[in-house]
Design a protein around this ligand. Sequence first.
Ligand SMILES: Cc1cc2nc3c(=O)[nH]c(=O)nc-3n(C[C@H](O)[C@H](O)[C@H](O)COP(=O)(O)O)c2cc1C
Ligand SMILES: Nc1ncnc2c1ncn2[C@@H]1O[C@H](COP(=O)(O)OP(=O)(O)OP(=O)(O)O)[C@@H](O)[C@H]1O
Length: 279
Amino acid sequence: MKKNFSTLVSKNTITSLAIGGFDGMHCAHQELFKHLDENGAILSIESGYATLTPKKYRQEYSKYPIYYYVLKDIKHLAGDEFIKLLKEQYPKLQKIVVGFDFCFGKNRGYCIPQLKEIFEGEVVVVDEFKIDNIPVHSRTIREYISNGELTIANKLLNKEYKIYGTQIKGQGLGSKSFVPTINLKVDDFLLPQAGVYITKTILDEKEYDSITFLGHRVTTDGSYAIETHILNSDIKDDEYEIQIKFFKKIRDNKKFESFEGLKQQILSDINEAKDYFLN
Ligand SMILES: Cc1cc2nc3c(=O)[nH]c(=O)nc-3n(C[C@H](O)[C@H](O)[C@H](O)COP(=O)(O)O)c2cc1C
Ligand SMILES: Nc1ncnc2c1ncn2[C@@H]1O[C@H](COP(=O)(O)OP(=O)(O)OP(=O)(O)O)[C@@H](O)[C@H]1O
């Protein structure tokens, strides 16, 4: 995880700011960042609903320092009060970059015309950015991920959707009856729909081809699990910070009549994932 370095950059040096929520740091957000100058920064307004790139993980996706405001601390401000606050905190601010639908201040009562009117500097407004005619928004990407449509979500993100987790103890059945898996505990991130996914798993900064199951283990103990099996490699059990990049869903979660039936299906899933990475 790339550490947030905004505390190392003085606000006094910032000349341009991109403003918004920025959960996901998706393609449209990146379009905004293209308008920042070398002393640019990102101002992220935290509503508390960021689940694609929770605050702690967001800096990884931009070279610009990210500063945060908590929405509930600033939502009472009138438009001119918000701009005054920015001018006080960023005295060299000359340019504000926002998207076509940006609104701010009390009751979101101030939008682009008011921003242009109040801010004595340049206001760059980016038109609605689309990919394959799909408007790119965090909410849309969340919906695709929740529906297991990772291929489209990744297109809108312009990267593979990635979650962070820590290793936890499983049932101890994997190596004995199926294949060895690393069981994960994941907080903060939106989880894709239950099922089996082609993934890459990052352990100690090394990336491995993998296959990941999410869902209730309906064939065994019924409990919810996130488990990843590393392809082509023997990984010893260890305490890892784990990252999983999702590429594609290959099937739904399923209840099998026998452990042998599930094992055969898992072996076939593994072959499908291996083929995917070969091509
Ligand atoms: C690729 C893969 C696919 C899986 N598919 C299913 C499934 O369709 N249904 C299910 O009940 N469990 C599924 N599982 C979970 C297994 O039940 C689980 O790996 C097994 O219970 C071992 O759990 P443990 O690691 O906690 O010991 C799958 C696991 C993997 C790795
Ligand atoms: N598709 C887009 N095209 C142009 N600008 C956008 C687009 N999506 C967001 N922006 C702009 O990016 C900034 C960050 O906004 P925000 O993260 O709230 O957008 P979002 O992705 O639409 O999120 P949500 O779906 O939660 O509303 C804002 O200035 C917003 O206007």
